[in-house]
Design a protein around this ligand. Structure first.
Ligand code: TMP
Ligand code: ASP
Length: 239
């Protein structure tokens, strides 16, 4: 197996099947474009398991993803894709950079979900871009962007309803999409869905159980992620 990509939180390796890759979830965490760094034993396993559950749930609801099968404690087998260099953020409630940009109070529910795009570029610090920037930079075609928006809103409906059953409020989250090898005609959901990429608050107490614990020094990260996993598994089991 050859390492073909290493990001801040994951590594990708080739497999014997040219159309599949092995995705390994690392224990590393970074924030603020890599300025803040740490390592948390078990984070890789927790994020792998949460991504696995959420990908299986979305596939059942008709969302095409890169997920192929579970592989090991912190690894999944995924379809090989060409990542579209856009972070797709969906927001239901004001938090994070939306609060900073608008002055709206944290915790205020939005009248309807907001989709934002960021250009995936470490060099530029992942700046926010709009449809016209995306067209000018050739990041995605117009029809791909329309598919992505529809898919992101559908995922928001599915995940919001599911997390509500788990006693969690889905505040906002980030998605990435990829073009399936080899022909690159079809786009699928890629990357991960975990408390690294979602804001999840306890529906009753408002307690933050996601990566904001690390970004803002709010408490033990692993305790938050373990609580999310336990509630997700209880909800899947109908408890
Ligand atoms: P933001 O409020 O910082 O823009 O983040 C919005 C959502 O996107 C939040 O759920 C965290 C997630 N996110 C990532 O997954 N990766 C990132 O690099 C950033 C900045 C945010
Ligand atoms: N993952 C991003 C980074 O390190 C930021 C974040 O999630 O807040 O840079």
């Amino acid at each position: 197996m050859d390492l073909i990509y290493e990001g801040k939180a994951k590594k990708l390796f080739t497999t014997e099947n040219p159309s599949e890759l092995l995705m390994k979830f690392k224990d590393d965490a970074t924030a603020f474009n890599g300025e803040k760094k740490s390592t948390f034993a078990e984070k890789g396993r927790l994020n792998k398991t949460l991504s696995l559950h959420l990908y299986q749930l979305l596939e059942k609801e008709g969302v095409s993803t890169h997920f192929v099968r579970d592989d090991g404690p912190d690894t999944l087998i995924v379809k090989r894709v060409e990542i579209i260099p856009i972070e797709v953020v969906v927001r239901n409630i004001v938090a994070g950079s939306l609060k900073k940009r608008t002055g709206l109070p944290e915790g205020q529910r939005l009248r309807q979900p907001i989709i934002e795009f960021c250009y995936k570029s470490d060099e530029l610090g992942d700046p926010m871009v709009n449809d016209e920037h995306i067209r000018e930079l050739n990041l995605a075609r117009g029809d791909e962007l329309e598919k992505i928006k529809r898919s992101a809103l559908k995922i928001n409906r599915s995940l919001s309803a599911f997390f509500a059953k788990a006693g969690l409020t889905l505040v906002d989250f980030k998605l990435e999409y990829g073009r399936l090898f080899p022909d690159k005609h079809n786009i699928v959901l890629a990357d991960e869905i975990s408390p690294d990429t979602c804001r999840l608050w306890d529906s009753v107490t408002g307690n933050k159980l996601d990566k904001d614990r690390f970004r803002q020094d709010l408490g033990d990260l692993i305790e938050g992620y373990s609580e999310v996993l336990q509630r997700v598994e209880n909800a899947l089991a109908g408890r």
